[in-house]
Design a protein around this ligand. Structure first.
Ligand SMILES: CC(C)(COP(=O)(O)OP(=O)(O)OC[C@H]1O[C@@H](n2cnc3c(N)ncnc32)[C@H](O)[C@@H]1OP(=O)(O)O)[C@@H](O)C(=O)NCCC(=O)NCCSC(=O)C[C@H](O)C(=O)O
Ligand SMILES: [Mg+2]
Length: 293
């Protein structure tokens, strides 16, 4: 695999491992990461065949830059141990755990992965999609600060969260936004990447772009996607735009001209050294503590 580990994580496409046409398309897509799904996109009677397709896909050694993540079924489900065997054979960049409730769920996955990947190369991503996860989110995120743990990313599961809480999924997402915001806060406290949930109405690309802009304004690193048509606008919206880059460069230049200062003004706006740090981070094309996976 040729992926740069410091690459951005703007567009992250779910691909049902049961769908051969979709699997065949992966190499042609510009998604930053792909989540090969063995969980909810795969019906119970398709699970075994999906696992076999997944293993055949990895065995063909896909040489493409997207990060490859496998979403397994819960480890304590009837499919958990077979999914883990598939992970062992495939060696993806990360494993995405569904329906995480507590830090113990992450630690259990860490232990299971230690048995098949002692070098800790395979990361762990966590779906945040249950009411219990929302209540435990600080403790789950704290594992991101533990360098011995594999946790690298939170993924919002807005469909399950709506199902389990009764939150209505309105077009403006006003009832979901508080939970989404909590995910961003916790992820930052734990030095984790964080991805917004999917937009089910995949034919309405205008509404989708508005949702991407909202997610970016909320602090998400990127968005999870269900259809290839959603990739291009996601990549554009989550990339730094020329105006932001020019402003960041102006801040860096202004502090370079006035090295002893803690606070300056640029075009009538107060600028402090914390803004300098933000600008430098933007220009470096990275976010602090946001290593992947
Ligand atoms: C939603 C879909 C079922 C629609 O599929 P389809 O009817 O085939 O759409 P199109 O005809 O427009 O497809 C055009 C071509 O693109 C390929 N395609 C479609 N989707 C994907 C994809 N995700 N990855 C790769 N390629 C894809 C089609 O095969 C067509 O190819 P071709 O004929 O050769 O041109 C479908 O998009 C889909 O299954 N999407 C993913 C669904 C999924 O994974 N769901 C689970 C994750 S969402 C979730 O659970 C989040 C979370 O847990 C929560 O709780 O919220
Ligand atoms: Mg879900």
């Amino acid at each position: 695999m040729t992926r740069d580990p410091a690459a951005p994580l703007r567009s992250v496409l779910y691909v049902p491992a049961s769908n051969p046409k979709a699997l065949a398309k992966i190499g042609t897509l510009a998604a930053d990461a792909v989540i090969l799904d063995l969980e909810d996109a795969v019906a119970p009677e398709e699970k075994a065949a999906a696992r076999e397709r997944l293993c055949a896909f990895f065995a063909a050694k896909p040489d493409q830059p997207a990060l490859l993540v496998i979403r397994i079924n819960a480890l304590n489900s009837e499919w958990g141990s077979s999914d883990l065997e598939a992970v062992k054979a495939c060696r993806p960049d990360a494993v995405l755990l569904p329906k995480v409730d507590t830090p113990r769920d992450i630690l259990a996955a860490d232990d299971a992965l230690d048995e098949i990947d002692a070098s800790k190369r395979i990361g762990v991503w966590a779906m945040i999609e249950t009411p219990k996860a929302m209540l435990n989110i600080g403790a789950i995120a704290a594992l991101g600060r533990d360098r011995a743990a594999r946790l690298g990313c939170f993924v919002a599961g807005t469909n399950d969260l709506a199902k389990d809480t009764g939150i209505r999924m309105t077009p403006d997402r006003r009832y979901l936004v508080p939970a989404l915001s909590q995910m961003v806060m916790a992820a930052r406290a734990g030095s984790l990447a964080v991805l917004d949930g999917v937009s089910n109405d995949f034919r309405d690309l205008d509404a989708f772009a508005a949702e991407c802009r909202e997610a970016r304004n909320m602090g998400f690193d990127g968005k999870t996607l269900i259809h290839p048509a959603q990739i291009a606008s996601t990549n554009a919206i989550f990339a730094p735009n020329p105006k932001e880059l020019a402003e960041a460069q102006a801040i860096v230049d202004a502090f370079a001209d006035q090295p002893g200062k803690g606070v300056i003004q640029i075009n009538g706006r107060m600028v402090e050294r914390l803004h300098l740090a933000q600008a430098e981070r933007l220009l470096a094309g990275d976010k602090e503590g946001n290593e992947q996976p």
